[in-house]
Design a protein around this ligand. Structure first.
Ligand code: BDR
Ligand code: CA
Length: 312
């Protein structure tokens, strides 16, 4: 089994990523850490506890940074609502939170792991950068960072930047310059990881405890996305990271050099990808361009069905 730690800011697509990870027989999840991003630190933390309670999974959940390293927090209520998970009702969280700060929890878990661990960040990279700053030695314990963020030709928060990188560009720079193997699951691939309205209806027809909540979440999220970008369906950005750990063949990637723009007047938070090798810098990330959509959808449907069966 692949050992994994999830670092997230739930968030509708983060919620589906957690479901996919928890249902997988290929992954051993060592814990979940949360970060401020889609909503405040308090809300994303509570949301992670609610999701785990819904799916019947008792994992350690540690709360991390409430704001980015050097700038004020930017949230996304226009996409994820006031709670960060608008659109569905959840049971009151019964999973007991971890006392440690996320950064300490990540460092301690990595240092005590027998085998290298996959880190799967699906929010701003503040906690991951914090862990690397606090204990650079943990690098040896990280097998790969498979992160949702950035884009080569695509952006969503500004004309140049994707949301997760835009919220904490300095943290992203620390991560991309760390020398750790990275898979950048960016918008060029995740904008193609679209659950159509028909897919959401099919999920709803499963009528299980988890599928019903997942379908309601995706319905709300799709409505918001349609208002803001005109798309019909739900971008499953974050679950594609988990799918790529379960089965790397789900992604089309190229090994390229990525710099993070931290200074640009119009481009702060952009991932500057050296497509043609013109910088002469060594590649530092497997950069995603596309995916096997039917394989991906199959993984998500199977996972949610499996979670429904826990309550059948
Ligand atoms: C990313 O931003 C967040 O709103 C989503 O959860 C995803 O991680 C997409 O740009
Ligand atoms: Ca996210």
């Amino acid at each position: 089994m692949k050992k994994v730690m999830l670092d997230c800011d739930p968030g509708h697509d983060d919620a589906i990523a957690i479901m996919l990870a928890c249902a997988s027989s290929e992954l051993e999840i060592l814990g979940i850490t949360t970060v401020a991003g889609n909503q405040t630190g308090e809300k994303t933390f509570t949301n992670a506890l609610k999701i785990l309670t819904l799916i019947g999974e008792d994992l350690p959940v540690a709360r991390g940074f409430d704001k980015p390293l050097f700038q004020e927090l930017v949230t996304a209520p226009e996409i994820h609502g006031e709670t960060g998970l608008d659109g569905a009702d959840f049971p009151a969280p019964s999973v007991k939170p971890c006392e440690a700060h996320a950064v300490n929890f990540i460092v301690e878990t990595l240092l005590s792991a027998d085998d290298p661990v996959y880190l799967v960040p699906t929010g701003p990279l503040t906690n991951i950068a914090g862990a690397l700053l606090l204990a650079p030695g943990v690098k040896e314990k990280i097998k790969r960072i498979v992160l949702m963020g950035g884009g080569v030709l695509e952006s969503n928060k500004t004309p140049a930047a994707e949301f997760n990188i835009y919220v904490d560009p300095e943290a992203a720079k620390i991560v991309f310059e760390s020398g750790i193997p990275i898979t950048m699951v960016g918008l060029d691939a995740t904008n193609k990881a679209l659950f159509s309205l028909e897919d959401i209806e099919a999920l709803s027809r499963l009528s299980g405890k988890v599928s019903t909540v997942a379908a309601r979440l995706l319905t709300f999220y799709a409505e918001q996305l349609e208002k803001f970008s005109g798309v019909r369906g739900a971008y499953l950005h974050d679950p594609l990271t988990v799918a790529a750990v379960i089965d790397p063949a789900v992604l089309d990637t190229r090994f390229l050099h990525v710099d993070i723009e931290t200074k640009g007047e119009f481009t702060r938070g952009a991932t500057v990808v050296d497509l043609y090798g013109v910088t002469g810098k060594k590649p530092n990330a497997e950069v995603s361009f596309g995916l096997d959509l039917s394989k991906f959808k199959g993984l998500v449907f199977d996972a949610i069905k499996r979670l429904d069966e826990r309550w059948a």
